[in-house]
Every structure is written in structure tokens, then in C-alpha cells.
Design a protein around this ligand. Structure first.
Ligand code: 6GU
Length: 239
């Protein structure tokens, strides 16, 4: 998979050189290109923002550097990804929620690009122009505000690339996890020792009875989901 990231802070993406993503890059599973948006400015101060039309607080990212940067990405990536355009993800708190199902769907794409905005956002015409040329998705991590799209892009990239075939050492660990196929949160987990600081591992897990253990885990997942994320539970049957 090819991934392009456009940002004014390329260093924010440095963690993708580490650990599993780093290995995936070395092994050629992930072809990552991080681009500095300021390379596509032409004034002495390398200005990427300006005041909003209509007034108001904050600054808006100017469209021209974005247009040039996206043109360069389209030119560079066409060919070696096998696609003629990436799916463009625009992280923004005003996007629709990014879910595990999105990560699973995007993991099948040959080419993704992330447009990381700062300040009050990117001039909407950049999104509108891009929509005429590629699939564009404005997506959010949740109902809170970050300073820019970089940390969100990092999170989304990790969510996608860990699903690539061959990425994980132990693909079975993908089978049972929160937001997985049953839609519930993960049950609590324990390891040795069986007694630690007066806290015991639940007896059932030491019983060797795999049927009862599976039933207990399912119930724990349901209880935890009801407590923390009741919105994820299937609707209760009508009486
Ligand atoms: Cl995707 N971007 C920003 N800037 N803030 C966020 C977010 C994204 N998701 C939650 N907060």
C-alpha cells in the first residue's frame, strides 16, 4: 500500500519509522511518503494561511499550496501504486466518525493520501476540487479537538496498516479485539501470576473448561459494553 501525507509538520509522522510500521516499510508492505506543504509556497515567508473571508477568529489554510501539493502527489503516485488517484482522507473534527469498518475497508485500497489541516481548516474549495478527481472522505477521531490533523492521521494510518496481510506477527490477535466482528468491547484479560497484590485471577480462567471460559468472556464483554458504550449494544428485543 502507498500512503502519502501532506502536512506543514512532517516530523509529526516520525513514529511511523518505529516498531511494526518501521518493519512494514523495510519489508515493502508500506510505501510511505510524507510531504512538507511549505515546499509548495512561493513567498519568502512560506505562508500557508490567511484570514477567513466573512471575518471571524483564526486563520484558514490557503488553497494554492494544497493544489500544487496534491498535483505533485497525483503525479508521483500514479503508476507505482497501480491506481490513478488515491483515496484522500481529510482528518477534521467536523468529519464523520472514523470507525474500525473504515480501517478494514481502506486496508484493501492500493493508495491513500492524508491532507492534514491546521488552524481553522483548509479552504473548502480544495476539498471540492479534489472531490472532482478522487474519492474524498472528511473523517474525525471523536468529539474532541486536536491542534491539527497530524495526530489523527497517525492514528488512522496505524488502524489501517495493522490490518495489512503480513503486518502482524500473530494475525490471530486481530480476531478477538474491541470493535471486532461482534461489535462489543474486549473482555478483561489476565496473565501470571494467579495472585498479585491481593488480587486474584477469576477462578473460571484457571478451570481449563473452554466452553465456560468462552461464555464468561462473552458475558464480561457484554457487561463492559453496557457500562461504557451502551450505544454499541444491539437494540433490546421488544417485549
Ligand atoms: Cl480528525 N482532527 C482534528 N484537528 N481534531 C480532531 C480530529 C481530527 N478528531 C477529533 N478531533
Amino acid at each position: 500500500m502507498r500512503i502519502d501525507v501532506l502536512t506543514i509538520f512532517p516530523d509529526y509522522l516520525a513514529p511511523l519509522d518505529l516498531s511494526l510500521p518501521g518493519k512494514a516499510r523495510q519489508r515493502g508492505l508500506l510505501d510511505l511518503h510524507v510531504h512538507d506543504l511549505r515546499e509548495h509556497t512561493h513567498d519568502r515567508h512560506r505562508t500557508v494561511d490567511d484570514t477567513p473571508y466573512g471575518g471571524g477568529a483564526g486563520m484558514v489554510m490557503r488553497p494554492e499550496p494544497w493544489g500544487e501539493a496534491l498535483d505533485a502527489v497525483l503525479q508521483a503516485g500514479t503508476g507505482d501504486s497501480g491506481a490513478d488517484a488515491p483515496v484522500l482522507l481529510v482528518p477534521t473534527p467536523s468529519g464523520r466518525p472514523f470507525k474500525q469498518a473504515d480501517a478494514e475497508r481502506l486496508a484493501h485500497e492500493p493508495w491513500l493520501a492524508f491532507a492534514c489541516g491546521r488552524y481553522e481548516g483548509i479552504d473548502q474549495r480544495v476539498i471540492d476540487w479534489a472531490t472532482e478527481r478522487m474519492r474524498v472522505e472528511e473523517v474525525s477521531l471523536g468529539d474532541f479537538v486536536l491542534n491539527g490533523g497530524e495526530v489523527a492521521a497517525l492514528a488512522m494510518i496505524e488502524a489501517v496498516i495493522r490490518l495489512l496481510p503480513g503486518f502482524m506477527g500473530n494475525p490471530e490477535s486481530l480476531a478477538e479485539e474491541s470493535h471486532g466482528s461482534d461489535g462489543l468491547l474486549e473482555y478483561p484479560v489476565y496473565t501470571k501470576p494467579a495472585l498479585w497484590r491481593d488480587h486474584e485471577v477469576p477462578d473460571i480462567l484457571l478451570s481449563g473448561d473452554h466452553g465456560r471460559i468462552a461464555a464468561w468472556r462473552k458475558e464480561q464483554a457484554r457487561l463492559r459494553t453496557a457500562e461504557r458504550r451502551p450505544d454499541l449494544l444491539p437494540p433490546a428485543a421488544e417485549a
